[in-house]
Design a binder for this molecule. Structure first.
Ligand code: GSH
Length: 326
């Protein structure tokens, strides 16, 4: 864990002192967009035209934010269009590394040792956290974006000439409602579990814990009336929720102390999770070894021994009842 300060690596843990024990996630710094015609997105100046073979993703299989991008790449059939490298599951003093072990690929573009070298390659005096996912432009040798919420929107529409144009996970007619669901799920569930797990004061933890379960209860009810969050059509909102749900019982219940209920205790959420997991290609993007080893192994302030629990027994391939919605 650490960050870059003026291009130099600084090995420091998240500072929760300034915020009364609360974990506050920094905003991503690289915010450009790949577009079909290369026209910069509104308010941006740099141009990135969608082209096959030009862009590269750096991901961690452990990370729920990076996982979103892998799912979109898979569902939109962009595997031949956008290449990927996977960092090692362990994030220690040097942050994410390219150690080639346990299915980590190394850095196929530059042979770097650490992900922070990719950030300083793009911007030698970069200051900020070094996070995955990163969308890299091989032509201009720079980072386009390190914000997963925006990368998935690019993957959803900019590369349709080469991907599956028939799948639209952010359809015009549902955008307002998708944004509303995301605005509920992101702070309270996706980031809510981190706010609980990384809190360093009891009240900050309890606030986050309350947010997580109040929202899961709400989603449980919503999913009792419809197959997906927005109705009968799967959208990006489902995949954004999925990457947290799939990590919940194996990691967030124990490691982040989100233990009021498991997803397995929610009939609708657990069936919904299995429904999404069983969508063709999705299971291949879920790596429970990376997920469990990363969290339990990389957060010494939470789990000093680094022992990775053997359980729980999980079967995301078990039948689900969601087809009842048609
Ligand atoms: N807003 C970013 C968040 C990404 C993020 O925080 N990724 C984590 C891994 S799950 C990370 O790389 N953390 C490293 C750090 O904070 O130093 C996104 O959604 O893309």
């Amino acid at each position: 864990m650490g960050q870059l300060i003026e291009g130099k690596w600084d090995n420091s843990w998240y500072d929760t002192e300034k915020s009364g024990g609360k974990f506050e996630r920094d905003a991503s710094r690289f915010r450009d967009w790949v577009t079909k015609d290369g026209k910069p997105a509104e308010g941006r100046t740099r141009s990135f035209k969608a082209e096959p073979g030009r862009y590269h993703l750096y991901v961690s299989l452990a990370c729920p934010w990076a996982h979103r991008t892998l799912i979109l790449r898979k569902l939109k059939k962009l595997e031949e269009v956008i290449s990927v490298d996977v960092v090692h599951w362990y994030m220690g003093d040097n942050g994410w590394t390219f150690l080639q072990e346990d299915g980590a690929t190394g850095d196929s573009l530059f042979g770097s040792e650490f992900l922070h070298q990719i950030y300083t390659r793009a911007e030698p005096t970069y200051s900020g956290r070094v996070t995955v996912p990163v969308l890299w432009d091989k032509q201009q040798n720079t980072i386009v974006s390190n914000e997963s919420a925006e990368i998935i929107r690019m993957l959803n529409s900019a590369f349709d000439e080469w991907g599956d144009a028939s799948l639209d996970l952010y359809p015009e007619a549902l955008r307002k409602e998708i944004d509303e669901v995301n605005a509920l799920v992101y702070p309270n569930v996706n980031n809510g579990v981190y706010r609980a797990g990384f809190a360093t004061k009891q009240d900050a933890y309890e606030t986050a814990f309350g947010d997580v379960f109040r929202t899961l209860d709400q989603l449980e009810e919503r999913l009792g009336q419809r197959r997906y969050l927005l109705g009968n059509q799967m959208t990006e909102a489902d995949w954004r929720l999925f990457t947290t749900l799939v990590r919940f019982d194996p990691v967030y219940v124990g490691h982040f102390k989100c233990n009021e209920r498991r997803i397995a205790d929610y009939p609708n959420l657990s069936n919904y999770l299995r429904d999404l997991y069983q969508v063709e290609g999705v299971a291949e993007t879920v790596d429970l070894f990376h997920i469990k080893h990363h969290y339990y192994g990389s957060h010494p302030t939470i789990n000093p021994t680094g022992i990775v629990p053997k359980g729980p027994a999980l079967d995301y391939d078990a039948p689900h009842d969601r087809a009842r919605f048609g």
